[in-house]
Design a protein around this ligand. Structure first.
Ligand SMILES: Cc1cc2nc3c(=O)[nH]c(=O)nc-3n(C[C@H](O)[C@H](O)[C@H](O)COP(=O)(O)OP(=O)(O)OC[C@H]3O[C@@H](n4cnc5c(N)ncnc54)[C@H](O)[C@@H]3O)c2cc1C
Length: 415
């Protein structure tokens, strides 16, 4: 299907979830896809708790059977802990239609599985190949590629999808970056043998805990199979810098200070190096340009608190792949209206909930749950948002989210 002067139909930069899902969908449509991936897989990346909405895109890419057979830990909801209060949401009880369960995945294995599936479907994935330059063009954009060994080469295609995640290749090369509006935060995390008692937690739920004295600090505990888990703490960057400890000691101190996690992880073995990431929220001037579009984290990244990153990445891949089919069939495509605006509807819904988490309005809604769980409808609408169904405009909580959240918080605080 490739036109003569092109090396392929679509060049994809990066083989993370957005790149692999885009490649899978485009291959199903018969397009010639080359994926350029700087690393060799398996490689570590953070972002291990999926949302049920992502299963829709995995299925669309033809990868559902492989993911279901991958042996990952099933996830059906989220468990919250703050002070002496607990709350949980079961994603199977939700307002929006669609899957109610998903998985918690070590990303090294998960991303390799998706990339292998894309490759099996016919995508040409070139590991150890970094994109170093790009020339936008509405009909024949090109990228310069530097392989680990050998000379750099140029690749011409009909379109370029930047799925480079934290690499943010095109936003850096084309000067598209904007400062994030979210306060800078630092995250410190590792993988452990949790040695937690099954009687003390439900391994099918992610644990989100809040620091008892400082509600700006929160934690994740993401269970994997075989007794392993991912644990991390997220702190305001300035506060993280005020501690004298090194990163491993800071993580241990944080866990110690949160009663629920401290008890649950009392026998945990910290057997993996501690990692950190900071200043990860990002924004761009535009999500598309002549002959290119930005997917997933290569475009906008908010905050990890609701595990939305991979879901947004896959949604962007799905939207872009369908628009490319239209464009290649010479149908009119408006990348602003049909891609950026559609994607941002959901991203902005998540943004409202992230902001309200840090003002603590949404925390108060979550933790008042015991008192107002009688309102099954509201509970199911919140469950849908937490399950990633933020593009479902039938859910009233996806519209005017800021105002509705404020109103909801006021009601919950008065209970
Ligand atoms: C602390 C923290 C916790 C998080 N927790 C979660 C979570 O629980 N759930 C969730 O869904 N999300 C989470 N996220 C977000 C998640 O990490 C990302 O949203 C997700 O990985 C984005 O996928 P992607 O495909 O866009 O990019 P990535 O997964 O980053 O993949 C991009 C790929 O591009 C490659 N690349 C980079 N530069 C180049 C180049 N120049 N040339 C070629 N290839 C290149 C990279 O090697 C990489 O393999 C978290 C984020 C943070 C910071």
């Amino acid at each position: 299907m490739t036109k003569n002067s092109h090396d392929c139909d679509v060049t994809i930069i990066g083989a993370g979830p957005s790149g692999s899902v885009a490649a899978g969908i485009l291959r199903k449509k018969g397009y010639h896809v080359i994926v350029l991936e700087r690393e060799h897989f398996p490689r570590f990346v953070i972002g291990e708790s999926l949302l049920p909405q992502s299963m829709v895109f995995i299925e669309e890419a033809g990868m559902l059977d492989a993911v279901n057979a991958g042996g990952f830990q099933v996830k059906n909801g989220a468990f919250f802990h703050r002070d002496a209060t607990t709350a949980f949401f079961d994603f199977r009880e939700k307002f929006s239609p669609g899957p109610g369960t998903t998985y918690q995945v070590p990303r090294a294995q998960f991303d390799k599985l998706l990339a292998d599936e894309a490759s099996r479907a016919g995508a040409d994935i070139r590991y150890g190949h970094s994109v170093t330059a790009m020339t936008p063009d509405p009909h024949s954009p090109s990228v310069t590629v530097q392989p680990e060994t050998g000379d750099a080469y140029t690749l011409h295609s009909r379109f370029v999808l930047d799925a480079s995640g934290y690499g943010r290749v095109l936003s850096r090369l084309l000067n598209l970056e904007l400062p994030s509006e979210l306060d800078p935060r630092k995250s410190v995390f590792t993988h452990i043998i949790d040695n937690a008692l099954d009687s003390e937690w439900d391994r099918e739920k992610i644990v989100i805990a809040v620091h008892p004295q400082n509600h700006q600090i929160w934690y994740w505990l993401i269970p994997f199979t075989q007794g392993r888990a991912s644990v991390g703490a997220v702190l305001p960057k300035a506060q993280a810098e005020s501690y004298a400890e090194d990163d491993p000691a800071l993580l241990r101190r944080m866990v110690k200070e949160e009663g629920f996690l401290n008890k649950l992880l009392r026998n945990a073995e910290f057997d993996t190096p501690v990692r950190t990431i900071e200043g990860y929220s990002c924004k761009v001037k535009t999500l598309h340009g002549p002959g290119f579009a930005l997917l997933g984290n290569a475009g906008e990244f908010l905050d990890p608190v609701f595990s939305s990153g991979v879901t947004i990445a896959m949604k962007s891949a799905s939207l872009a792949a369908h628009l490319l089919e239209k464009q290649f069939e010479n149908q009119p495509v408006n990348w602003e209206a049909d891609y950026a605006e559609v994607l941002m509807l959901g991203v902005n819904t998540f943004r409202a909930y992230v902001n309200a988490w840090y003002t603590t309005e949404f925390q108060d809604v979550i933790f008042s749950q015991g008192k107002q769980q009688d309102d099954k409808n509201v509970r199911e609408m919140i469950s849908s948002i937490l399950a990633g169904y933020v593009w479902d405009r039938a859910n009233p909580l996806t519209n005017e989210s800021d105002r509705r959240l404020r109103a909801l918080a006021e009601i919950c605080r008065s209970l």
